[in-house]
Design a protein around this ligand. Structure first.
Ligand SMILES: CC(C)(COP(=O)(O)OP(=O)(O)OC[C@H]1O[C@@H](n2cnc3c(N)ncnc32)[C@H](O)[C@@H]1OP(=O)(O)O)[C@@H](O)C(=O)NCCC(=O)NCCS
Length: 150
């Protein structure tokens, strides 16, 4: 059971990187997570099951008036329990409180679970980047939504 959604701490970084390598097809380098955790302007949140053990994380950055989702993952043993959906919605609410009105992201065309979360939050597909992902040449879908309507 997720007890808390909170900002990522330095002490979470090992567990976050373990989640990343377990679930992402093309994991980011570990140092990138440390850099983002130190950036106070970044949106870097975790879902914590208690005992300060993150089971999911989401990273986003804000532009003038939009939030861009950069990375988002739930540990394999914690998937399909609604954690990803709750974490995504939480971060949108945080951005909304900061005056940000829209959200955008790229997602692999085959990523049904992620697309289900984004669609449930009101995002729509607005474009496609053909062959965007280097590892397998998969297309990226561009999705956007107005946070105020979510
Ligand atoms: C995408 C991801 C974050 C979803 O996290 P999650 O906690 O398992 O998702 P939820 O339990 O909140 O499920 C949300 C919705 O997706 C659906 N869903 C979840 N897993 C699914 C699957 N394997 N296939 C189809 N739909 C799925 C659920 O049915 C749910 O919809 P519902 O609320 O209408 O029932 C997780 O699967 C993951 O970490 N994937 C690998 C990394 C990734 O792809 N990140 C996103 C792009 S960077």
């Amino acid at each position: 059971m997720v007890q808390e959604i909170r900002r990522a701490r330095e002490a979470d970084l090992k567990e976050i990187f373990a989640i990343e390598t377990a679930v992402q097809k093309a994991p980011w380098a570990e140092s990138v997570f440390a850099d983002i955790q130190r950036d106070e302007d970044a949106y870097f949140f975790v879902a914590d099951e208690g005992g300060s053990r993150p089971v999911a994380f989401l990273i986003a950055i804000s532009g003038d008036d939009f939030l861009e989702i950069l990375n988002f993952a739930v540990a394999p043993a914690s998937q399909r329990q609604g954690i990803g959906g709750r974490l995504f919605q939480y971060v949108l609410n945080e951005a909304s409180k900061a005056g940000i009105s829209s959200v955008r992201l790229e997602v692999r065309e085959s990523n049904a679970p992620a697309i289900a979360i984004y669609t449930a939050s009101g995002l729509e597909v607005v474009g496609m980047r053909k062959g965007y992902y280097n590892d397998n040449g998969e297309n990226a879908l561009l999705m956007t939504g107005e946070i105020s309507l979510i």
